[in-house]
Ligand binder design. Structure first.
Ligand code: AMP
Ligand code: ZN
Length: 455
């Protein structure tokens, strides 16, 4: 078997294809004007899961993820580039901002065990590629220079426009999206900018055959995906919000340039909510990896929470679910030590089959839990199967759990409880247990007396 996954364009679950024996994957990357939040990371983990599942079955992957450091316009301030407005806020050079958040992006990916892509092309360093593609689109009659000196894609010239999202051109209303209201020089309201005329803008602009300007966000991904993956993408990944207009426009640009269907499968991850609310800066509901660390949570607890949900379902992340995932990780790591120290890996076909069935991660985790509990499987086998699953889960299951010393205060509460128990003062012993539990310890009473562990 091979990985089959839901394709937004055909609305079917289909087996993935390969190009010259490798799966060419393109995952839309971050706009580096701020830190990625845990929602963004859910989408980046999705591409990691796809990659690891293919590799688990012996397949090979070429993964490219772009860094958007120019041209992504803000939803809040019309006509304002996200990079430039953040540079103004932080009083820094926009390239300095980009560099800083790009570094943070790589750090956060590493904390979530997302293996690095093979290439991270930056939009600002791929301007020539975009100019080449835009020139080609003009020559082929798919693009024109508007009355405001901006170059636009002619949406009506591309026959299949709207097929990914189901938005038909005739039903799209003018101004349905901020991108269409701030550009006055186009012929049709659904056309979009490929190359924006600089006008009064003086930063992050480049020379072009159409004068100084800067690229539109959509053309960046077309130019970079087609160039770095050699004109064909087997799997194109992004969050659900990118389905329209970003991916619709990307498909039109790439397909119109090359005259063929350039992307085989479009995969969209559903959004993540936090405590039931959409994550947005304006509502103050943004959670970063650093917020998890401050609370003493292993960032991989977030990865485990993502895995508990199907990627096509919206999920709600909560502090409670993160804490429970954190303790599950601790339990599994402890068991892995109890099960031995062999590095042997044992293939588990049920696990692989769950992953290959449209990335059924909840079923894959169920399998892991069944192995954990099965008394008929030897400890050595349990460990070997966990090691196999961890190649995809990437939860560091063979990592030794952190041994944290207890504080003096905790030790004296434990001593007091021991005395209370010896003297049969049960209600005092119970209240001391409650107090100890609020400090993060778990207390159990066995025939050898009380024992404790970190929760
Ligand atoms: P951005 O940096 O805003 O361009 O977004 C990077 C990626 O994160 C894109 O693939 C988005 O679709 C995705 N994304 C944005 N918000 C969320 C969310 N709440 N949940 C999951 N993915 C998201
Ligand atoms: Zn993109």
């Amino acid at each position: 078997m091979t990985l089959s996954i839901y394709d937004t364009l055909t609305r079917t679950v289909r087996p993935i294809g390969t190009t010259n024996g490798r799966a060419n994957i393109y995952c839309c990357g971050p706009t580096v004007y701020r830190d990625a939040h845990v929602g963004n990371l859910r989408t980046f983990v999705l591409s990691d899961l796809i990659r690891r599942t293919i590799e688990l079955a012996g397949g090979r992957v070429d993964l490219v993820q772009n860094i958007t450091d120019v041209g992504h316009m803000s939803e809040d301030v019309i006509g304002q580039d996200k990079m430039l407005s953040q540079a103004q806020t932080e009083k820094k050079d926009p390239f300095e901002i980009a560099q800083m958040y790009e570094e943070h992006f790589h750090r956060d990916l590493a904390l979530l065990n997302v293996r690095p892509a093979d290439k991270y092309p930056r939009a600002s360093e791929s301007i020539e590629l975009m100019i080449e593609m835009i020139t080609d689109l003009i020559n082929k009659g798919f693009a024109y220079i508007g009355s405001d000196q901006t170059v636009y894609f002619d949406a009506q010239a591309f026959e299949g426009y709207g097929q990914i999202s189901g938005n038909r051109l005739k039903d799209l209303k003018p101004g349905h999206n901020y991108e269409y209201t701030d550009e006055g020089g186009k012929r049709f309201h659904a056309d979009w900018a490929l190359w924006k005329y600089a006008g009064a803008r003086s930063e992050m602009i480049w020379d072009s055959p159409w004068g100084a300007g800067f690229p539109g966000w959509h053309i960046e991904c077309s130019a970079m995906s087609m160039h770095f993956l050699n004109k064909h993408v087997d799997i194109h990944i992004g969050g659900i919000d990118l389905r329209f207009p970003h991916h619709e426009n990307e498909r039109a640009q790439s397909d119109a340039t090359l005259g063929v269907e350039t992307v085989d499968l479009w995969v969209h991850g559903e959004h993540l909510l936090f405590e039931g609310r959409k994550m947005s800066k304006s509502s103050g509901n943004v959670v970063l990896v650093s917020d998890l660390i401050v609370r003493g949570l292993d960032p991989l607890a977030a990865r485990l929470c993502f895995l508990e949900n199907r990627f096509r379902s919206q999920m709600d992340l909560t502090w409670i679910s993160l804490e429970s995932a954190h303790s599950t990780l601790g339990r599994w790591r402890k068991k892995m030590i109890q099960w031995g120290d062999s590095e042997e890996i044992l293939e588990d076909s049920e696990f692989l089959s769950a992953m290959e069935s449209d990335l059924d991660t909840p079923r894959a985790l169920q399998r892991i839990r069944a192995i954990e509990k099965n008394v008929e499987i030897s400890d050595a086998q349990k460990r070997a199967r966990f090691l196999y699953a961890d190649k995809v889960l990437a939860l560091d299951l063979s990592r030794a759990p952190v041994v944290k010393e207890i504080s003096k205060e905790q030790q004296s509460l434990l001593d007091a409880r021991l005395i209370a128990r010896n003297e049969h003062r049960w209600s005092e012993s119970d209240s001391l247990r409650n107090e100890l539990e609020t400090t993060g310890l778990e207390i159990s009473d066995g025939k050898d007396g009380q024992s404790w562990s970190w929760r």
